[in-house]
Design a protein. Sequence first.
Length: 383
Amino acid sequence: MDEESLRCGRCATLMPDETLSYCPACGIIFSEVPPTTSYLTMESRFIELNRRRRLIHFSIASFLVFLFGILILSSSFELHRRGMLQQIKEKRNLSFFIQQDPNYPQIAPFEVMAAIPIGVQAYKDHFGIEIENWTIHQKTLPDSFEKLVSDNPGLSQQGLFWATAVREYFFPDWIKAPYSNLNVVITNRPIRATPDSEKVLETSHLGDNKLISGLGDPSLVIISLHRLATEYSHFNSNQKSRFIGEYLLAHELGHAFLGLKDYVVDSPEENLRAPASSAISQECLMHTDAGGGSQAWKAIELKPLGRLSKCDQYAYILQSHKLRNQAIRSFKEGKKEMAISSLREAISIYENQAGIDGANKVYPHLWRRELKLISGFFSSWTL
C-alpha cells in the first residue's frame, strides 16, 4: 500500500479520484475531515504509541537507577568522610623506643629514661603546646624500623641516612595514616649526613665529622646518642639527660610536630638560643650555631627547665598550629562554621610564613584535607 497516496483523513481509504468531495468508504465530507498523505493506520499508531511509552518508561527507569547510584555513591562518600573525621586528632601521641647497640659507646639507661619527661616539658616550654600521652618501649624498635634495618644490613656500619631512613622510607606510609602515634627511636648508632643530605636537611651547622644528633620528620624521629657518648662523655648524669631531652628530643619534635626548620647563625654572638638579654627574644630552640652547635647547647643549659621560652621567632607557625587545634576542638563540639574559619586562617598563616622561612609545607597540605572533610561532600568541591 502506497502511504504517500491521498487517503481519507478519517478511515485512511485510498482515494480513487482526487476530485471527490467525500469518502466513498465512510462518507465523511472532506470539508469536515480533509484527506491526507501522512495518515497513520491504527496499527501504525499503536506501534508508535507503544514505542513512545517504552522510551518514557526506559527514561524514567534510567533516571531512577542514576539517582539511586548517586545516592549510594554520596552515602559511601559520607560514610568514608565520617570515618576519616573520627580519625582526626588534635594532637598525636608519642611512642618512645629505646635500643642501644653494644657495638657503640652507650649511655646509662636511667639517664635516657630521665631525658624523656625533660623533653616533653621542654617542648611545652619552647612551643606552648603540651604533649599529653606517650609510651616507652625499652630494648626494642618499631616494626617498621626493624624492617628498615633488615632490608638494609649495611646501616649498622654506615649509620642512618636521612634520605633512606626517614623521608623516602617512612613518609609515604605516614601520610596515609597521619594521626597515628609518632615513633621516636632513641639509639646510640651514629647518624651521618650523606653528600646529598643538604637537599632535604640543613647541614651547615654540622661539625667536620658530619655526625647528626637527631632527625625529625612527621613520619619518624630518630635521636642518636653517639655524639653525647663520645664528644660529651664528661657530662654528669643531669647534663646528659638535659642534653638528650631538651637539646635533642624537644628540638626534633619541633621539626616533626610543627614543621619548623633549623635556623643556623654564623657566630655565637648571634645565637638566638642564648639567654634573653635584650629586647629581642633569644631563647630559640630551633636556632643553632655553625660548626657543631656547641654554643647553642651552652645557652640552652642556662635556661631553667619549666619556664616558658621568651623566643618569638616561630610565633606565626605556632599560631597556625594552635588555630588548627582550635578548629578540631570546635568541630568536635559541633561548631562547624567556627572550625572551618579557624582552619582556613591556620592554612593561610602557615603557608605565608612557610614561603618566608622554608617551614615544612606538609602540614597545610594535611589541613586542607581536613578542611574538605569538615566542610562536607558537596561543599568540598568548591574549596
